[in-house]
Design a protein around this ligand. Structure first.
Ligand code: NAD
Ligand code: IPM
Ligand code: K
Ligand code: MN
Length: 386
């Protein structure tokens, strides 16, 4: 069998709860596909690592993540018991992203099951066709560089270099071609539109951002429609007319953090949104390491109760199979199994949903249901395209 190496870092609070279900999904694939073997390395990062090792992430975990594995499955880090002062649990993730060079953070926002449309706080006619990807620059901007933190003054340098913007723009262009205007990525549709979000009216680094993105699209993606939108008004339009942004929203680290959480509001919960942080253009042949994690955090307000929605972590595992391991067929099956669980198909017409989606199902029940349906699909019961 082909062996795929994955570093598993569950993190804090709900991180381990959702990770348990995602690992079960991987084990189900292994069980049903004798030619696939997942070699999982379990380790820690975040507050739990501060407690055990006195540091949010050890050099050894960083090394394993970069050198010893094909991809990293991450949970969520942080919690009130560790506070925010540096070094905090969250810095583990920032260091890991920088260490492996995962600059392209892909955060798709759509309804994985149409039955979730009524869960959005927005009217169905406005929100039902939503299908956009936030491509967040992940290794620069205000989240990196030398901070000043004095008693009465603090400063985060918010800067970008031309190469940092160029590589992000190239991923946006490639994603737009792959996604297609129809949003299905079938290859016979013109590319999706790319929206570049910045504050070029105020920020110097945004003016560089806009200039470089414009040049890359003119020179390398003449077939892709590029539009610029100021990030503040884009945020407003995301509530009044979200489907306008169907395609790719490419933006810097700070705006991408905000807009991708806002996408959780658009679809009604953060509990279903996965992410992939890649070191290059997805599907370009070269082996692409990446960090896969839910957009959501460690949700300390609901941790320890077994009620957190594991769907975002399970869908992150699907993205891992697709982008880092080249196992697209299995990735599609995971997504279809999640859809069926949320829809309630094949389980007596009752959608299995966690509290964030208005249901009462436990984390474990949802994970078990996904595994059961996925197992049937892998047996050939109802195929990925059925
Ligand atoms: P959060 O994303 O953890 O939670 C926001 C709200 O959404 C909470 O009410 C939470 O209960 C709910 N929620 C989130 N995920 C859910 C799920 N899967 N199922 C059901 N409900 C869910 O954001 P926060 O409360 O601002 O941050 C909590 C901690 O997480 C902080 O320490 C923050 O720094 C950290 N954080 C970590 C990551 C990460 O590890 N990548 C991301 C964001 C926040
Ligand atoms: C996210 C989180 C992280 C970020 C934190 C935990 C470092 O909010 O992944 O969106 O700000 O990038
Ligand atoms: K996370
Ligand atoms: Mn965030």
């Amino acid at each position: 069998p082909q062996t795929y190496r994955i570093l598993v870092l569950p993190g804090d609070h709900v991180g381990p709860e959702v990770m348990k279900e995602a690992v079960k999904v991987l084990e189900k694939i292994e069980e049903k596909r004798p030619n696939i073997k997942f070699q999982l390395t379990h380790d820690i990062a975040g507050g739990c690592s501060m407690d055990k090792h006195g540091t949010p992430i050890t050099d050894e975990v960083l090394r394993i993540g970069k050198e010893d594995v094909d991809a990293i499955l991450f949970g969520s880090v942080g919690g009130p018991e560790w506070g925010h002062s540096y070094p905090n649990p969250e810095s583990s993730l920032l260091r890991l992203r920088a260490h492996i060079g995962a600059f392209a953070n892909i955060r798709p926002a759509t309804f994985y099951s149409k039955s979730l449309i009524p869960r959005s706080p927005l009217k169905p006619e406005i929100v039902s066709d939503v299908n956009f990807v936030v491509l967040r620059e992940n290794c620069g901007g205000a989240y990196y560089g030398n901070k000043v933190e004095e008693e009465d003054y603090a400063m985060d340098p918010w800067g970008y270099t031309t190469p940092e913007i160029e590589r992000c723009a190239r991923v946006a262009g490639a994603l737009a071609r792959k996604m297609g205007k129809d949003g299905l990525g079938l290859g016979n549709s013109p590319p999706a539109t790319v929206w570049s979000a910045d504050k070029a009216n105020v920020l110097a680094n945004s003016r560089l951002w806009r200039k470089v993105v414009s040049r890359i699209f003119k020179e390398e993606f003449p077939d892709v429609e590029l539009k610029h939108q100021l990030a503040d008004s884009l945020s407003m339009l995301l509530m009044t007319d979200p489907a306008r942004f169907n395609g790719v929203i490419v933006t810097d680290n700070t705006f991408g953090d905000m807009l991708s959480d806002q996408a959780g509001g658009v679809v009604g919960t953060l509990g279903v949104l996965p992410s992939a942080s890649l070191c290059g253009i997805p599907g370009e042949g070269t082996k692409c390491n990446g960090i896969y994690e839910p957009v959501h955090g460690s949700a300390p307000d609901i941790s320890g109760k077994g009620v957190v929605n594991p769907v975002a972590e399970i869908l992150s595992a699907a993205l891992l199979l697709r982008y880092s391991l080249g196992l697209n067929e299995e990735a599609v099956m995971i997504e279809r199994a999640v859809e069926k669980v949320l829809d309630g198909q094949e389980i007596g017409g009752l959608g299995l949903r966690s509290g964030d989606l208005g249901g009462t199902a436990s984390t474990e029940q949802i994970g078990d249901a996904v595994c059961r349906i996925l197992g049937d699909m892998l047996d050939g019961g109802s195929g990925a395209h059925g």
